[in-house]
Design a protein around this ligand. Structure first.
Ligand code: FES
Ligand SMILES: [Fe+2]
Length: 356
């Protein structure tokens, strides 16, 4: 059933934006695990610990002012944990029980994102984290936000891999008739767990999202090239230009507008997902008005998806088990993603096998 996609545990997930993790405790639930995040005073390294005190299971993240240096002091009775999750102090006695520790999780800060690994820590390879360099590179400006959605994360994967919905759900914002009318090409790299879906429109209306931000008045060529690195990172390389303006033979493209739309799809719990969204551009980077327009307009677009997916989830849970879907060409990328996710879930269930 698509509204109950299992979790792939031995994978990296975006838990937060780098700017969200600091000297205040941040609580997030990832793959059903309650986690608490903060940065060390010493060198600002991000730390992720299990967010339940071993004593009476008080959520450590609800002890907001209780960082003592780099140690978390439980806000209930004062059990104190170091950055490895080891309890170093309990009240009323000298001896700290040997079992007094909470799990700590591998964390990597990269490209302005905080990535966490929930599965077998022995398999956590930071080199396997997919890159999104435009999020933290000079010459790029990014607007971003995060919306929690009450839906299975598989529904968000489906949504993002099929952009034909832009025409209907996002008409008047990013959708025009040509998006739904233009066939896609899909490429799947099963081994690397990457799905690519491309839609190149040669002569299309310019949607308000781009008309107002770029100033283009006529029709455009519009390229959408999706690169989904299962399970978490989704990149949409968007290129628009007035009709007739093509990249140079050497591949350079001084007259095209390039926008990188990034999502991190992070399962929170069954039926809950964090939808991290980012829009980056390397044009009109000094124009504050463009920045604010893209921030507001894209937030509206994201909320159209959020509302649709909340509704879809509510609807699906009332369906009898084993209901049939009907898939067509536009679903090729989404179906490939489901196959890859199913494989990653299976690999995560066998922790001795290294995920390639
Ligand atoms: S619940 Fe944390 S110290 Fe008692
Ligand atoms: Fe959408």
């Amino acid at each position: 059933m698509p509204h109950m996609t299992a979790f792939a545990r031995n994978q990296w997930y975006v838990a937060a934006y780098a700017h969200e993790v600091g000297r205040e405790l941040l609580g997030r639930t990832i793959l059903g695990e309650p986690l608490v995040f903060y940065r060390t005073e010493e060198d600002g390294t991000p730390v992720a610990l299990h967010d339940r005190c071993v004593h009476r299971r008080f959520p450590l993240s609800e002890s907001p002012t209780r960082l003592d240096g780099d140690r978390i002091v439980c806000g209930y009775h004062g059990f104190t944990y170091d950055t490895t999750g080891t309890c170093v102090y309990v009240p009323g006695q000298k001896r700290v029980p040997r079992t007094a520790r909470v799990a700590s999780y591998p964390v990597v800060e990269q490209d302005s994102l905080i990535w966490v690994w929930i599965g077998d820590p022995a398999l956590a390879d930071p080199g396997a984290i997919p890159r999104a360099k435009h999020l933290d590179s000079p010459g790029w400006v990014t607007v971003r936000g995060m919306e929690p959605i009450d839906c299975d994360y598989g529904l968000l994967v489906d949504n993002l891999l099929d952009l034909s919905h832009e025409t209907y759900l996002h008409g008047g914002y990013i959708g025009t008739p040509e998006v739904a009318e233009t066939p896609i090409t899909t490429e799947v790299d099963e081994g690397a767990g990457i799905v690519r879906v491309s839609r190149h429109m040669d002569d299309a209306a310019c949607p308000p999202f781009y008309a107002k931000s770029t100033g283009i008045e006529g029709r455009i060529t519009r390229w959408q090239d999706i690169e989904y690195h299962a399970p978490c990172l989704y990149l949409l390389h968007s290129r628009i230009a007035p009709v007739g303006v093509l990249p140079e033979p050497d591949g350079s493209d001084p007259n095209g507008f390039h926008t990188e739309i990034t999502y991190a799809i992070t399962p929170s719990a069954d039926g809950k997902v964090y939808d991290f969204w980012m829009v980056s551009r390397d044009w009109a980077t000094d124009d504050e008005e463009v920045t604010e327009f893209l921030r507001g307009n894209n937030h509206t677009v994201v909320m159209q998806d959020v509302d649709a997916l909340n509704l879809l989830q509510k609807t699906l849970v009332t369906e009898p088990a084993g209901y049939q879907e009907l898939s067509i060409n536009i679903d090729t990328g989404g179906l490939a993603a489901r196959r890859i996710l199913a494989r990653l879930v299976e690999e995560g269930a066998k922790p001795m096998e290294k995920v390639q």
